[in-house]
Design a protein around this ligand. Structure first.
Ligand code: ADP
Ligand code: MG
Length: 681
């Protein structure tokens, strides 16, 4: 092919394409490793060709022709002493027709396919047999449309020749951990010798990969430790238990109709211990749906109020925030505390009063939506910010609530119902301590899950009627319509209509995201009081809604929902003492992935197990949600497969930071290149 002189605009294009791959500095190129390799170091006999594998052979063109049907092709029969193969081009130049004249000798290379004319190579690479064969395997790099392997290889070659490849780790460490040197590892990965074990290079178990992964994990652990240390230099008021009187937390316990589970007691002790520190708590409270996180939050809030500080509880949706308010307010009132509700939809005078009480400190406990972190909200003295995110991780929101403090920073508690496996938390969250409620309140009956094809819809409707006749209540969840919110709304309205008719005589309600806050509250109240028997709902009920008498849930088109979402939804039933049922209605045929999800839901109702399977299905980036995926800080290591290296990296990080901060810094510089800033979230 002609080599084109690259114009300035071409070069700019290339830079943009490289950037798309995250490649800007020479170091980026050095650390851009191949996904696989091709072996062009050897010639093979044509008789050894295997479909799906590459063939590189030398031989002679026997015949060639241009055919016009069904499309214009150039084909050639190409043979060596052992056999022949067809070469085929769809787009070709006259020069290629010349090349393929019978009698010419070439070296050809391409992927073998089984075609109509026997084995063939489509668009093979053709070169002169006199060219020397390469002496190392040819790397194939991750790329993006418009960027050739050649362009990437050139930049990487330059990086290999010009960059400092000195080891960041002392020889003693390299020896102790049995690692390859950095330079060797990088060289092997970019230009492996023909004798290298291709399989272990490609499945990333080769010692060169181990070195790279270890380096990456170490850099990450070093950055995490730095972020943690940085937090400890920030100030927060220590929130201590009162001395001469009983604490509000203890008083609240005497008002509760139940005893805390052992797990609840343990996590509240962890939280109270954190609150007693002079730096801000940054703790994630995990607990499956229904595990009783709200009361833990309340007990934490009491500690702040005991210290003359305010506590705030923020939730992502109006419905969820209101559930918290309805639960927390009576508890607060029983202790003589003032609890205030704040949301965007409040009438102006009510809102003005709420804001005034928050600013004066009269509001000791504040519950609300994102409205809590909007401009104009000024806390008198916020000591503890509690964010119930359920399974939405909103780093930025957590932070801005933190900024609402005067003087020292407030302590922060985040609650989530999507358990993050420990290994994942360790590798992805900078600066987060984790408490886990791993026990359910006693006396809960497990929810029975049924998978039912949509063709049995009328039976399902009959089941709903029976549930209600036995005194229960039912959620009917409408299908997700990802493409269009309007369509989703329409589906909900239609479903409501159909069910109202099919369930004549029962009060069927409807709740969806387009209702005003007041309308939503109204419907939820009617459901809670039992006035509404069957509630047709979109996923607005997904998080936090707590109606203990609801004993059945039907989810239509369950195959469209994600695992975490299905688990959240199912968590709305089985909250009382009634035997509960969750009917997952699906529309066959199911994709393999949908089958996996539905089977998981059928097999387990343990949120931790569900999370584990969900993670397996989606990988960490998606599992953590879009917000986090930009921070997929591990490019090479796999937090699960390489878990034992995570532990070792963590230990080494501690030693290096203590004894060799200069080495630690150098290592972070090489591997993070500024990306560690993300870790401070
Ligand atoms: P979640 O963790 O999903 O937020 P909640 O805090 O809403 O769970 O608690 C679910 C239900 O369990 C609530 O009705 C709550 O009052 C009740 N609950 C919480 N702790 C206990 C306990 N130790 N014993 C009995 N019931 C409890
Ligand atoms: Mg909750």
């Amino acid at each position: 092919m002609r080599s084109k002189q690259s114009s300035p605009s071409k070069r700019r294009d290339a830079a943009t394409l490289f950037e798309r791959l995250g490649l800007t500095t020479p170091l980026d190129f050095l650390l851009h490793f191949p996904i696989r390799y091709e072996d062009e170091t050897r010639l093979q006999s044509i008789s050894a060709a295997i479909p799906g594998r590459y063939l590189q052979a030398e031989g002679t063109v026997i015949s060639s022709e241009v055919t016009y049907r069904p499309r214009k092709y150039l084909t050639a029969r190409f043979a060596d002493e052992t056999g022949s193969v067809q070469l085929r081009w769809l787009n070709f130049y006259p020069s290629q027709m010349q090349q393929m004249q019978p009698g010419k000798r070439w070296r050809v290379r391409g992927e073998v396919r089984a075609g109509y004319q026997g084995l063939e190579l489509v668009h093979p690479k053709v070169s002169s047999p006199s060219q020397p064969l390469p002496t190392s395997l040819t790397p194939v790099y991750p790329t993006t449309e418009g960027l050739t392997q050649k362009a990437i290889r050139q930049r990487i070659e330059t990086a290999l020749e010009t960059l400092d490849m000195d080891d960041t780790l002392p020889q003693s460490v390299v020896d102790e951990f049995g690692l390859e040197s950095f330079a060797d590892a990088v060289n092997v990965l970019h230009r492996p010798k023909p004798g290298e074990d291709l399989a272990s290079l490609e499945d990333r178990t080769h010692p060169a990969w181990v070195r790279v992964k270890f380096d990456e994990l170490l850099a990450q652990q070093l950055s995490l430790a730095a972020a943690r240390e940085k937090r400890r230099t920030r100030r927060a008021k220590p929130l201590l238990p009162p001395i001469a009187r009983s604490s509000l937390a203890d008083e609240l316990l005497t008002h509760l109709p139940f005893k805390l589970t052992a797990a609840q007691q343990r996590v509240i002790a962890e939280i109270h211990a954190d609150l007693a520190q002079g730096y801000p708590m940054h703790r994630l409270l995990q607990g499956d749906v229904g595990s009783g996180k709200t009361v833990v939050a309340a007990l934490a809030a009491m500690r702040a109020i005991d210290n003359g500080k305010q506590a705030a509880v923020m939730a992502p949706t109006e419905i969820l925030a209101e559930q918290h308010y309805l639960k927390l307010k009576p508890w607060a009132q029983a202790l003589g505390l003032h609890c205030v509700w704040l949301t965007a939809g409040l009438r102006a005078p009510v809102k003005r009063q709420a804001l005034a009480e928050i600013a004066s400190g009269q509001a000791q406990l504040v519950v609300g939506t994102q409205a809590l972190i909007q401009a104009g909200v000024q806390f008198h003295d916020l000591g503890l910010a509690i964010v119930d995110e359920q399974h939405r991780f909103g780093v930025s929101q957590r932070l801005s609530l933190g900024e609402k403090a005067q003087g020292g920073l407030p302590h922060q508690l985040t609650m989530s119902a999507t358990p993050i496996p420990r290994s994942l938390a360790m590798t992805f969250f900078a600066d987060l301590d984790v408490s886990v409620i791993d026990e359910r309140p006693p006396g809960r009956l497990p929810v029975k899950t049924k998978l039912v094809s949509a063709s049995r819809r009328s039976e399902v409707i009959q089941g709903v009627r029976e549930s209600v006749e036995q005194g229960g209540q039912v959620y009917w969840v409408c299908p997700l319509v990802e493409e269009s919110e309007a369509l989703q709304l329409q589906t909900a309205v239609d479903t409501h209509e159909v069910l109202s008719q099919a369930l004549a005589g029962l009060n069927v309600g409807l709740v969806h995201g387009r209702l005003s806050a007041a309308e939503k509250t109204d419907v939820m109240q009617q459901f809670k009081s039992g006035e509404i028997a069957v509630l047709v709902a979109t996923t607005v009920i997904e998080v936090g809604v707590d109606v203990p008498n609801a004993s059945q849930m039907v989810i239509e088109h369950a195959e469209r929902f994600g695992l975490a979402q299905l688990h959240q939804l199912r968590g709305r039933v089985g909250r009382g003492t009634r035997e509960s049922v969750c009917v997952l209605m699906y529309e066959p045929p199911l994709s393999a992935e949908a089958k996996y999800r539905l089977r998981a839901m059928y097999e387990t109702d343990d949120g931790f197990e569900i999370a584990r399977r969900d993670l397996q299905l989606r990988g960490p980036g998606e599992f953590l949600g879009a917000r986090q995926s930009g921070l997929s800080l591990l490019r090479f290591a796999d937090f699960e497969a390489d878990a034992h290296w995570v532990t070792r990296a963590k230990e080494l990080a501690r030693t290096l930071r203590q004894d060799h901060p200069d080495i630690a810094q150098r290592h972070v510089d090489r591997w993070m290149q500024g990306r560690e800033a993300y870790l401070n979230g």
